[in-house]
Design a protein around this ligand. Structure first.
Ligand code: GUN
Length: 288
């Protein structure tokens, strides 16, 4: 079997066209969706991620405000900036790029963001909403994975989903989203004894560990859907995921590539969350 490729670039283009249309509609009602992105320090990877987020906003007509601060920016100063943005009616989403320098308590900063502007979905109010099935912002990467499954009309009801990785940003929210769609979900992690025994049972596998070749062809049931969240470099310095793509694509029914899979979808869902935050602000303001 040669797997169907789930193209994150193509799906993103389609979704971003819809976001651009909704943005125009919102602007005619007097609201321009605005995202504030805060970068502290000089981590080169973070600088690239932030640049891509700002560019995506520009391409879809959203307003973006990028704040760059030096690595010695204090926690108190950062909390002050978040407070100001919470109170700024032109800003509908606030994203503080992680990781933050070690002298800043990232969790404290995340909790200082107004839940109504938490477009990353990292606030405990957002996590609690996801856990209880209430409306709230979903973390962008697992949200993008759900959109990819939707795009291939994959019905999760009664299916066995295995999530490899238990981070607060991907693994745990991913499991909750799959559960909400009535999958039977297993979360595997570094202390899992026999990973292969679990993945061989899976109809859907999400690999979100940050390590190359965590999933190889012998670990996949023929026809399973494989979503690769990993972002690693191989020995030649080329971008690769957590999945042995060449091998697994011979066994799986569908698979996401790296690059061009989950990565672009993460940014697309950030735009979607920001637009949603702006639409909710318009509704709260009683705009026609
Ligand atoms: N660092 C790596 N990925 C992310 C993300 O999705 N959001 C934020 N805020 N920081 C990140």
């Amino acid at each position: 079997m040669t797997a169907r490729i789930i193209d994150g670039n193509a799906l993103s283009r389609q979704l971003r066209a819809g976001i651009a249309e909704r943005t125009v509609a919102l602007k005619t009602r007097g609201i321009a969706p605005g995202l504030a992105v805060i970068l502290v320090g000089d981590d080169p990877a973070s600088a690239v991620y932030v640049r891509n987020k700002v560019k995506a906003c520009d391409d879809c007509g959203l307003v973006s405000v990028l704040e760059k601060h030096k690595a010695d920016f204090t926690e108190a100063e950062l909390l002050g900036r978040v407070r100001a943005l919470n109170d700024d009616p032109s800003i509908h989403g606030i994203l503080v790029q992680l990781p933050l320098p070690p002298h800043i308590d990232a969790q404290k900063v995340i909790e200082s963001i107004s839940p109504a502007k938490d477009v990353d979905g990292f606030h405990i109010a957002s996590a609690g909403a996801l856990m209880t099935g209430l409306p709230g912002f979903w973390p962008c990467t697992p949200y993008g994975c759900m959109k990819m499954l939707e795009s291939i009309e994959f019905d999760l009801r009664g299916k066995h989903a295995v999530v490899i990785g238990r981070s607060n940003i991907v693994g745990k929210p991913m499991a909750l989203m799959l559960l909400q769609k009535n999958a039977t979900v297993t979360i595997c992690h570094s202390a899992t004894v026999d990973l292969k025994a679990h993945t061989l049972q899976a109809d859907v596998i999400v690999a979100a560990v940050g390590k190359r070749n965590v999933l190889t062809a012998d670990m996949v049931k023929p026809g399973a859907v494989v979503l690769d969240v990993g972002m690693n470099r191989n020995d030649e310095g080329k971008l690769c995921g957590d999945v042995d793509f060449a091998g697994v694509s011979e066994v799986a029914g569908a698979i996401t590539p790296v690059p061009g899979g989950v990565g672009p979808m993460t940014i697309t869902m950030l735009l979607m969350n920001t637009l949603q935050a702006a639409e909710q602000a318009a509704a709260a303001a009683g705009l026609p």
